[in-house]
Design a protein around this ligand. Structure first.
Ligand code: ZN
Length: 167
């Protein structure tokens, strides 16, 4: 395993729509292992393949490792569907936007279908922090970042703040 470089916004690779993973090969498993190692080292709770420059639809997540035993999860070709009408707002950080947090409103509960590392189809419901994290990572696979969730004024302010902290 090895730690990969995390791209920072506005790298153009973070604005591209990623392609589905055609098959779960040894290379995909190696990528997932590298992404988990990179995420833990960062340190973060989620990381999407385009953040390490691979424009394919997979992400890794571990929402609780900072407080409890690590529970690494890998989601390949994830498809997310909101459940119900409840939305929640919370400040989200992003390893590709170091130094800023953006207040993002999202559905509180989602249903997720994905392929696991054995190539098997999986599905489950998620709520709370995990649901927000999943939607954040799936956004990356569609070329979106947290800044794309706020209005133009707020976006300009956040970009100015980002440029200041990353200068
Ligand atoms: Zn992110």
């Amino acid at each position: 395993m090895s730690i990969r470089d995390i791209l920072c916004w506005p790298d153009p690779r973070l604005s591209r729509v990623c392609a589905p993973v055609a098959e779960v090969t040894e290379e995909v498993r190696r990528l997932a292992a590298d992404m988990l190692e990179t995420m833990y080292a960062a340190p973060g709770r989620g990381l999407a393949a385009p953040q390490v420059g691979v424009l394919e639809r997979l992400f890794v997540m571990d929402t609780s490792w900072k407080e409890a035993e690590p529970t690494p999860q890998v989601f390949i070709n994830p498809v997310v569907t909101p459940v119900g009408d409840t939305r929640v707002s919370q400040y989200e950080g992003c390893l590709s936007l170091p130094g800023i947090a953006v207040d993002v409103s999202r559905p509180d509960t989602v249903h997720l279908c994905w392929t696991d590392l054995d190539g098997q189809a999986q599905e489950a419901a998620f709520d709370g922090f995990a649901a927000a994290c999943i939607q954040h990572e799936v956004d990356h696979l569609d070329g979106r970042v947290t800044l794309d969730h706020v209005d133009a004024d707020q976006r300009d302010k956040l970009i100015a703040q980002y440029q200041k902290v990353s200068a």
